[in-house]
Design a protein around this ligand. Structure first.
Ligand code: ADP
Length: 248
């Protein structure tokens, strides 16, 4: 596999009984890029993501990450290799403060057990790093606030901070803009651009203007297959893509 390809799938397939939700998908994600996966409802985007992070086992095909076949690897091992999915793996504890949430994620990275009863003093050494991450996602004003009290968009920023705590080389973002108002969309868009420096991002996103402004490359899925691939200008003009969206 060429060095500049960080993740690739070949012939990736998922059957649910007689129904093939993902059907022979070949995808190559370039190192350092922001790559978007789009497509009409039911196209197989979520199933594809679940195959990548091993929430689901593929029926056929292979997944290679950094030259290593991870098709049969366990979810925790994949995260350890640097491929981390945000918004699902990184649970946020609602009653705990923003800072504590990030600190727990840092503990997890170090392999510490979750120990809520540990004294504050014992946790102090991680504070500085946790604060740095909180600041990086623009939440410095809310460090002591329980996560539950954050606005929806800021909760997502916190989730990004807890994912960053794992220091991923590649982040999988599952609909980062889902359910957000315009201000939050702008904030999270800027944040994704910022965290994409020195990282690879693969995201499923419905907001096409966000996809257009963030993505280096776009893969369009329809009925479980790759329908088109390219930059936004080329896929948005593709007659098959337009038809797939209109027909959905
Ligand atoms: P998307 O995320 O693009 O909207 P999904 O991956 O959620 O698409 O779904 C693709 C297709 O697979 C849909 O038709 C959906 O109904 C079907 N599907 C998804 N998960 C399952 C499942 N666990 N069992 C059966 N069918 C499923």
């Amino acid at each position: 596999m060429p060095e500049d390809i960080i993740l690739s799938t070949s012939g990736l397939t998922k059957d649910f009984g007689g129904f093939t939700a993902v059907n022979g998908v070949d995808l190559k994600v370039k190192r350092g890029s922001i790559h978007a996966l789009i497509g009409p409802n039911g196209a197989g985007k979520t199933t594809f993501f679940n195959l990548l992070t091993k929430f689901l086992a593929p029926s056929k095909g292979a997944i290679v990450y950094n030259g290593r076949d991870i098709t049969r690897e366990k979810p925790a091992e994949i995260a350890r290799l640097g491929l981390v999915r945000s918004f699902q793996i990184s649970a946020v504890f609602p009653q705990l403060s923003v800072l504590t949430n990030v600190r727990i994620a840092l503990q997890r990275k170090r392999g510490d057990s979750f120990d809520f009863w540990r004294s504050e003093a014992a946790l102090k050494p991680l504070d500085e790093e946790a604060r740095r991450l909180v600041e990086a996602v623009g939440l410095s004003a809310f460090v002591e606030l329980p996560a539950v009290e954050l606005s929806y968009g800021r909760k997502r920023a916190l989730e990004i901070a807890t994912t960053l705590a794992l220091d991923p080389e590649m982040m999988l973002l599952d609909e980062p803009m889902a359910g957000m108002g315009r201000e939050d969309v702008e904030r999270i868009e800027a944040l994704i651009r910022k965290v994409s420096v020195n990282r690879t991002i693969l995201m499923v996103e419905h907001n096409l203007s966000v996809v257009a402004s963030l993505s280096d490359r776009i893969t369009v899925l329809a009925r479980g297959q790759v329908l088109a691939e390219g930059d936004y200008a080329s896929v948005s003009k593709d007659a098959r893509v337009i038809e797939a969206y209109i027909g959905s």
